[in-house]
Write a protein that binds this ligand. Structure first.
Ligand SMILES: Nc1ncnc2c1ncn2[C@@H]1O[C@H](COP(=O)(O)OP(=O)(O)O)[C@@H](O)[C@H]1O
Ligand SMILES: [Mg+2]
Length: 266
């Protein structure tokens, strides 16, 4: 069975989807089999991994798997990541698009929050890691992800709203994990992304992040690099993106993948 990590912040735009994608790629580069599960109806992760919804030939997505409420339904959803790079062979995408929004209305159905866990059961046995990219919300989709996950990875910027968003996630899990059937869910770490060392305010906020989350803050901190946004915009692997500081960006995620494996080892 794969190790399932829920990537989340209650604040949007902090880099959850980019970190999910680039960390997943770095893990695949190390030889791991990685599932990227897009659980945000915005579908940004799916698009950045090269996927598009085709109305003429509708694909089965995460939304239908969850709606079916059937054990193992995610088996039909995994699709290759069509990147022209060797390690993409070890990556799978479970895509999402706007349709996933319709699952919110079903939140009141008894045990609805267990549907993702059920759909993944037996459907990620041939993977080492599954990274679940959440919307910036603590409502039903994210609750399903908590019930399905083994650990939680908070992504934040060194900025007050993002830090508060990460804290709300931690408090929410503490308060509700038993009710969500996520009793064993742990916070694995905090990734600080999009960091601008030159800004005194950000240096200050980084200090508060360390004060609040202590040892949970992972190394390295990911700096703001245009090449990251370019890669996502052009839906290509980091290695094929336009812009400077490629080596630094790639090396940052290689180190982060190392931290990930150390921190999440059973
Ligand atoms: N370290 C970074 N440097 C530069 N741009 C980044 C970085 N991390 C994320 N971005 C860009 O910032 C925007 C928001 O990131 P995204 O991953 O969509 O955040 P979220 O999933 O939390 O909403 C995207 O355009 C993304 O490519
Ligand atoms: Mg996102």
């Amino acid at each position: 069975m794969a190790r399932r990590t829920v990537v989340i912040n209650n604040r949007g735009g902090v880099g959850k989807s980019d970190v999910t994608l680039r960390l997943g790629a770095a893990l695949a580069k190390r030889g791991r089999r990685v599932g990227l599960l897009d659980f945000d109806p915005q579908g940004n992760l799916s698009r950045r991994a090269g996927w598009t919804y085709n109305e003429a030939q509708p694909q089965v997505t995460v939304s239908e798997a969850v709606q079916s409420n059937r054990v193992g339904a995610m088996r039909q959803v995994w699709t290759p990541v069509n990147w022209d790079i060797e390690y993409a062979d070890r990556m799978r995408l479970a895509p999402a698009w706007l349709e996933l929004e319709n699952r919110y209305a079903e939140a009141g159905v008894p045990s609805a929050h267990l549907r993702l866990a059920k759909a993944l059961q037996g459907a990620d046995d041939d993977l080492d890691h599954v990274l679940i990219d959440c919307p910036p919300s603590l409502f039903h989709l994210t609750q399903m992800a908590f019930a399905a996950g083994d650990g939680v990875l908070l992504v934040t910027r060194a900025e007050i709203d993002a830090i508060l968003g990460a804290r709300r996630v931690r408090e929410f899990i503490g308060e509700h994990k038993v009710g969500l059937h996520a009793d064993d869910l742990t916070i694995d770490g905090v990734i600080v992304n999009d960091y601008e060392q030159a800004r005194p305010r950000q240096r200050q906020q980084l200090e508060s992040i360390r004060r609040i989350f202590g040892d949970l803050v992972w190394d390295p901190i990911i700096g703001r690099r245009e090449i990251m946004a370019n890669a996502s915009n052009d839906h290509v692997p980091l290695e094929h993106a336009k812009g400077s500081q490629l080596q630094q960006a790639v090396a940052g995620f290689e180190l982060l993948a190392d931290t990930y494996e150390k921190r999440t080892a059973a």
